[in-house]
Design a protein around this ligand. Sequence first.
Ligand SMILES: NC(=O)c1ccc[n+]([C@@H]2O[C@H](COP(=O)([O-])OP(=O)(O)OC[C@H]3O[C@@H](n4cnc5c(N)ncnc54)[C@H](O)[C@@H]3O)[C@@H](O)[C@H]2O)c1
Length: 260
Amino acid sequence: MTSEQQGTGKVALVTGAAGGIGRAAAERLARSGWKVVAVDRDVAALNWAGGDANILAHVADITAMDANLGMVALAEDWGGGLDAMILNAAIPLGGGIDEVSMEALERAMAVNFYGPVMGIKASLPALRKRGGGSIVVTASMHGIVGEAENWAYVSTKHAVVGMVKSLARDHGWEGIRINAVCPGLTRGTGMTRDIEAHASEIYANLAATVPLQRWAEPDEMAAAIEFLVSPAASFINGVALPVDGGTGAGSGMRPPLKGR
Ligand SMILES: NC(=O)c1ccc[n+]([C@@H]2O[C@H](COP(=O)([O-])OP(=O)(O)OC[C@H]3O[C@@H](n4cnc5c(N)ncnc54)[C@H](O)[C@@H]3O)[C@@H](O)[C@H]2O)c1
């Protein structure tokens, strides 16, 4: 039995855990008995994690290899090992080809793609020491389909999905499963705060493109992440799991009409 199959004493690391989906994943895993290292570069926003003995807040920028090695070492020192690595931190980057500078693209690639690459490199030795484990990268429905005026972000997320599918084939033999979760529109996050606060018409119009006719809650993404790292997903490896209310199941040519 690998440590992933045992019920308690498991240790997870979640990046981008100051708010939104990462915070919801850290809180959900802690409620389920995991010890969780909650990592973010945003010191102030990580304060929420202070009161829970099963959560250790750690400030780090995931774009540096040393920072990735350091957070894994911290998980091993504090938690006694590492069973699940949840690579969730990312930044948005909208605009057409003429609007996105090469510097901005490099920054988005550094956070959204190289960050998870380094997180996987850093965590594999620790997962091996436990006899196996699970890695989940938060991609996006835009890791599967394209979107107008969003090519740069979309490209970083397609890179993530390609990496996940390929590395899943490299490391399954050693009991390490690697999957991506692909959120659709999720409210209550740093990425969506401006639309929610200042653009109620856009917010409602976007909800209308989702067959379920609403935005997701961060905890609905956290539930998928918890599932993927749990023994219930023990034969799931190399998937890019859409959690998008059905949005990506169609072409978008004929938006859902009933229920509006
Ligand atoms: N909210 C959505 O609708 C949506 C949809 C699809 C995919 N996603 C993905 O979900 C994930 C979580 O995003 P969210 O929606 O919760 O937004 P969010 O902005 O609340 O969370 C992202 C977190 O990553 C952190 N971060 C950014 N750069 C970092 C760095 N270099 N080092 C450490 N931390 C860093 C931010 O401080 C922030 O707390 C992201 O990968 C995002 O691309 C979100």
